[in-house]
Design a protein around this ligand. Sequence first.
Ligand SMILES: CC(C)(COP(=O)(O)OP(=O)(O)OC[C@H]1O[C@@H](n2cnc3c(N)ncnc32)[C@H](O)[C@@H]1OP(=O)(O)O)[C@@H](O)C(=O)NCCC(=O)NCCS
Length: 143
Amino acid sequence: MIIREFQTIDLIRVYEIEKETFSNSYEKNMLQWLYDIGTGFLVAEDKNLIVGYIIFSFKNENQGHIISIAVSKEFRNQNVGSALLKTAINVLKSFDANVVCLEVESSKNMAISFYSKLGFKKKNLLENYYEDGSNGVSMYLEL
Ligand SMILES: CC(C)(COP(=O)(O)OP(=O)(O)OC[C@H]1O[C@@H](n2cnc3c(N)ncnc32)[C@H](O)[C@@H]1OP(=O)(O)O)[C@@H](O)C(=O)NCCC(=O)NCCS
């Protein structure tokens, strides 16, 4: 498996994973737009198949932000997500980020333990954070 930068040719497959993963998925145009405006966008490729992706950004206050991460169902729990997140963290480090932040649905215990395993700590409960009224939790990793 390799981690590499997103290319437009990956869009259909990335969108497929996005749709199978999130009920409030981004539209295809939005994914392409995020890439076009310079947002960090990496994919994991295994035997010519895109199996996961991560989207992240860097703010001037030396702060990185994880916007989205997803791994295709049949490839989960095989370290793909960890490889994507670690690579994004290294890119953010190279931009002199000193902290990486993210928000996750507070009911997504699996995702929270995934981030915790990589050193993220819980910060605040975000009440009513999502469109459907569900709560979020903010997490951060000091670099
Ligand atoms: C969250 C996600 C990106 C993790 O990617 P992944 O490739 O499955 O994760 P990894 O294999 O790298 O797992 C790393 C750690 O995460 C935790 N983890 C992963 N899958 C888990 C599961 N099903 N149950 C509990 N913990 C789990 C474990 O601590 C694991 O470490 P271990 O293998 O030493 O036990 C992926 O499961 C996914 O796409 N989930 C749906 C989308 C989502 O929730 N995105 C994040 C919120 S926006």
